[in-house]
Structure formats: C-alpha cells, structure tokens
Design a protein around this ligand. Structure first.
Ligand code: ATP
Length: 235
C-alpha cells in the first residue's frame, strides 16, 4: 500500500482535532476525504505531510513509518503537499516558486524533466514563468502551487481544498487537471468541502466528522446515500 494511516491522533495543545483516523491510498488512486468546516481535514493532511506531529498512530509510506519525521524527510518518501491557501512565495516569480519545489537532491537531479512535465500540464505557467506569482489570478496561483508540488516528483500528491475561493469555471479546470495528473501516474489524496466534485473525482472516499472518520466507501454510493445528501448537500 502506498499510504496507510493507522489510528492517527493529532492534538493542538491538549485538544485533539483528529481522534482516530485510519485510511489507505493505493498506488495510482484518487482518494477524497470530505467533511464540513473544522472536521479535521487539514489537520489530517498536514500530519501526513509531516507538518504536524501526531500524538498517536502511524503514517506508513510503503510500509515505512514517517509519522515522526520532519516534512522535508517525508518529501523524500515521495509525498508532496499543496497546502490550504497555497502558501506561495508571492513576491517571487513563477519559475522561482517551481525551483523551490525541486530543491531536495533527488528531485533536483530530474529538474528539467519535471519542468517539462509541469509546463505541459500548465502551458500558461510557461508563458508566465517570469511573472511575480502574487500578481496572478487565484486560479493561476493554485496552478503554481500544484506545479511546485509536482516539481518534487511525488508518487502521492496531497491537496488541501484546491477549489477554495475559485470561480465554478476555474474549479472545473482544477478538477480536470487533478484527473490528468492522476492519469500520468500520481496518486492523489484530496481533502475538500466541495463534496460533490471531490466524490465525482475519487476512486474511494472517506467522510470525516468531528475529527473521526464517520464512513467510507465507493464515492458514487456515498453521493447517492440519502443521509449524506441530507447532511452535506441539503437535499
Ligand atoms: P477547514 O476546512 O475549516 O480548514 P478542516 O476540516 O480542515 O476545516 P481543521 O483545520 O483540521 O479542519 O481543524 C480541525 C479542528 O482543529 C477545528 O476545531 C479547528 O478549530 C482546530 N484547529 C485547527 N488548527 C488549529 C490550531 N493551529 N490551533 C488550535 N486549534 C486548531
């Protein structure tokens, strides 16, 4: 299994935000974690990326426990994150942001191939490689953030709310791009409040509520589940 999260608990101070999360992502899969605001989605994905240290549980990447490694070491295991709010270096150019994505030795060696790949996914970033990233539209900044993560040549891409703050048309583009990235062989773990889109895209899905995985299964079945429709889609 590419990623196996077992009984993960993460606290802020004494307060657990994630109680006991168990989930898996297979090689080449798209897995979505959906749930309301404050349910613990960012906490989960940041803990997997090594940005938060869990108080209990394991994060296994191809069997190796990375739960207590710093983020840069987790990155060496083939995991890259696109954090909520993008966290671009907004005063720097697109190209400089991309370069920073490949600063670890393993990725640096294949930097040219990675750039080629990223520019084929996002031609607009090639045209605008010298533009200051903070001056771009929200959708383009999200592309830079995804491209920067891909520069690390991950096997698993972690995406935290890629649709946040984007117009419906741009959200469509973003989800199409995520599908293409996956078709090129990268597994994706997506956390989203846009439940419909996230479930339509995924091969497997988890619903998270109050820091706990409430249910999981086939996304199409979840999307048609009357309880889920009532609780999350208001229908
Ligand atoms: P959102 O979509 O709003 O980001 P989420 O599902 O990603 O929601 P988290 O951000 O993981 O949820 O937050 C889970 C819980 O942890 C919430 O109750 C939140 O208030 C709390 N929390 C998040 N970050 C911190 C922090 N740095 N310090 C203390 N509590 C936090």
């Amino acid at each position: 299994m590419l990623l196996e999260v077992r009984n993960l608990q993460v606290k802020y101070g004494d307060a657990p935000a994630l109680w006991d999360a168990t989930l898996t992502v297979g090689a080449g899969q798209i897995v979505s974690v959906v749930g309301p605001n404050g349910a613990g989605k960012s906490t989960l994905i940041n803990a997997i990326a090594g940005l938060l240290r869990p108080s209990r549980g394991e994060v296994l990447i191809e069997g190796v426990d990375t739960a207590r490694l710093p983020a840069y070491r987790v990155c060496d295991h083939g995991i890259a994150i696109v954090p909520e709010g993008r966290r671009l270096f907004v005063q720097m150019t697109v190209m400089d942001n991309l370069e920073l994505g490949s600063y670890r030795a393993a990725a640096h060696a294949s930097r040219q191939e990675a750039l080629h790949e990223v520019f084929s996914l996002f031609p607009v970033l090639k045209e605008r490689s010298n533009q200051i990233s903070g001056s771009m539209s929200g959708g383009q900044q999200q592309m830079v953030a995804i491209a920067r993560a891909l520069m690390a040549r991950p096997r698993l891409l972690l995406l935290d709310e890629p649709s946040l703050g984007l117009s419906p048309a741009v959200v469509e583009d973003m989800f199409r791009i995520i599908r293409t990235i996956n078709e090129r062989g990268v597994a994706v773990l997506l956390v989203e409040q846009n439940i419909t889109k996230a479930l339509e895209l995924a091969h497997h899905a988890y619903v998270i509520e109050d820091g706990r995985i409430a249910t999981s299964g086939d996304p199409a079945l979840l999307l048609n589940d009357p309880q889920i429709r009532e609780a999350y889609l208001g229908v």
